[in-house]
Design a protein around this ligand. Structure first.
Ligand code: NAD
Length: 497
């Protein structure tokens, strides 16, 4: 049965009236599972108008009441955790365990948003001049919008709207059209948590809907997560239209393996971090640089990767699921073929992998290349598939130089037993999130998600204190009160009763 996906506009769930239809498919067999009537221009404008009207009252709601909505929301999300993970797994193909992680990482941001009163605290200095005090408040911006990718349909929307709304803004979410049902359920639960009408809107669609959000002057800030080309487009267009924009884009994450590292831990960590979630994580490790004698572990790594078997979302033995679409699979296969043509050695080739009974699905088996060089397409492009590129270097300095020459800077890891090597790496590497014997160093929500270079356009990052700055303006007040006024106020004819 095909499900009709719902928008949430001006406090109503609606199938919409758009005639442009988008089909949502099960990545395991490419059968349709849902259909979206892409939002019309009138529907997107109606969502913006409703969010604009709701801002007037929502910004006046006391901060502790706004926080209470988040408290109820985190409770509901936990209560519906497995249900959300099931919806998510079915539309993304992720394994159930992985889907649960996607939901959980989002819940953690909602927990952070429950603490919004402390996060909003401004600064004060008494007596900046005689009888003069200066203090600052943080105030919400107005209507904010979020445009999210397919690969974390729970976590990434939850990076955005709970904090933006807790800060007093209203919000329009335009999730990926490839997996819209998880965001729909997130919005239903938010309404159940007591969010007043108009505070959150959900519009489904593609570039057409995004372009309206980018152009409308009522939208004050845009949060985007997705591919490099779209991220650059959103950042340029949004800022050109004088909006605040944070755009999280693609990545090519390197890890450096020193010969003194714990071999077994390196192998276990690398397997999960490279092909887990079919390599469709912006923090996936896609390049492994083996320093010196560590290269002797490459055959063992290959053997470990070869044991990983993709499968269906509810197959408990499956290491990961299919990639999201036939187009994504075709891209990965093309890059694997290019890697071979350009001279890399494909020691493990998942190009022809399939799952019995699900031959039409977007399967790619674990794939590993050695002898990769920086001029190859498999090195230069984000593959976003279960493909690991192995390289070798003679020294830590050489490895750092290689990592720093990459145009991306989302995440990186070093595996070593040496504090000195780890300290040198964390200090010198030009990447925003660094793991030391930790393969995917995604910060918890009291920090921020701090990608650098071509992986991020903007200045304030997602969640943590930075997101609160992104979703607010600072108002600084300088006040003077004359002591002589006290005498007037306490004069007999001024008494209160
Ligand atoms: P995508 O760029 O194709 O789509 C992201 C969003 O942009 C979707 O909502 C989509 O509808 C919209 N969109 C697509 N094309 C558009 C266009 N031409 N104009 C306006 N809007 C458009 O990304 P995706 O394939 O869904 O997600 C995968 C990418 O996201 C990868 O590159 C991955 O690295 C990146 N990502 C980055 C981070 C990070 O934090 N840096 C996190 C997750 C994913």
């Amino acid at each position: 049965m095909t499900i009709q996906v719902k928008h949430y506009i001006d406090g109503e769930f609606t199938h919409g009236t758009g005639t442009s239809q988008i089909t949502v498919t099960n990545p395991a067999n490419n059968q349709p599972i849902a259909v979206i009537n892409a939002a019309t221009s009138a529907e997107v404008h109606a969502a913006i108008a409703s969010a604009k009207a709701a801002f007037k009252t929502w910004k006046e709601v006391p901060v502790s009441e706004r926080a209470r909505v988040m408290l109820r929301y985190q409770h509901l999300l936990k209560e519906h955790h497995d249900e959300l993970a099931t919806i998510l797994a079915k539309e993304t193909g992720k394994t159930f365990e992985d889907a649960k992680g996607d939901v959980w990482r989002g819940i953690e941001v909602v927990e952070h948003a429950c603490n919004v009163a402390s996060l909003l605290m401004g600064e004060t200095v008494e007596n900046v001049a005689r009888s003069i005090d200066t203090y600052s408040y943080t105030q919400p911006l107005g209507v904010c919008a979020g445009i999210t990718p397919f690969n974390f349909p729970a976590m990434i929307p939850l990076w955005m709207f709970p904090l933006a709304i807790a800060c007093g803004n209203t919000f329009i979410l335009k999730p990926s059209e490839q997996d819209p049902m998880t965001p729909q359920r997130l919005v239903e639960l938010f309404v159940e948590a007591g969010a007043p009408k108009g505070v959150l809107q959900l519009v489904h669609g593609d570039k057409t809907a995004v372009d309206i959000l980018l152009a409308d002057p009522a939208i004050k800030a845009i949060s985007f997560v997705g591919s490099v080309a779209v991220g650059q487009y959103i950042y340029k267009t949004g800022t050109d239209n004088l909006k605040r924009v944070q755009a999280f884009a693609g990545a090519k994450n390197h890890c450096v393996i020193m010969p003194d590292a714990n071999k077994q831990q390196v192998i276990n960590n690398l397997v999960g971090a490279s092909v887990g979630a079919a390599g469709q994580r912006c923090m996936a490790l896609s390049v492994a640089i083996f320093v010196g004698a560590a290269k002797e572990w490459i055959p063992e790594l290959k053997d470990a990767l070869a044991k990983v078997r993709p499968g269906l979302w509810d197959d408990k033995e499956a290491g990961y699921g299919p990639v999201i679409s036939p187009a994504a699979k075709a891209r990965v296969l093309k890059l694997i073929a290019q890697g071979k043509e350009e001279g890399a050695e494909c020691v493990l080739d998942g190009s022809h992998f399939t799952v019995k009974g699900y031959e039409e699905g977007n399967w790619v088996g674990p794939t590993m290349f050695t002898k990769v060089t920086t001029d190859m397409s498999i090195y230069k492009e984000e593959i976003f598939g279960p493909v690991l590129c192995c390289m070798e270097s003679d020294s830590l300095d050489e490895a750092i130089e290689l990592v720093n020459a990459s145009p991306y800077g989302n995440g990186t890891s070093i595996f070593t037993a040496s504090g000195a090597a780890a300290r040198k790496y964390q200090h010198e590497v030009e990447v925003g999130q660094v793991g030391i014997n930790v393969p995917i160093p995604v910060p918890l929500p009291f920090f921020s998600f701090t990608g650098w270079k071509g992986s991020f356009y903007g200045d304030q990052h997602a969640y943590g204190k930075q997101a609160v700055r992104f979703y607010t303006e600072t108002k600084t007040i300088t006040s003077r009160w004359y002591e002589s006024d006290i005498a007037i106020a306490t004069a007999p004819n001024m008494s209160i009763n």
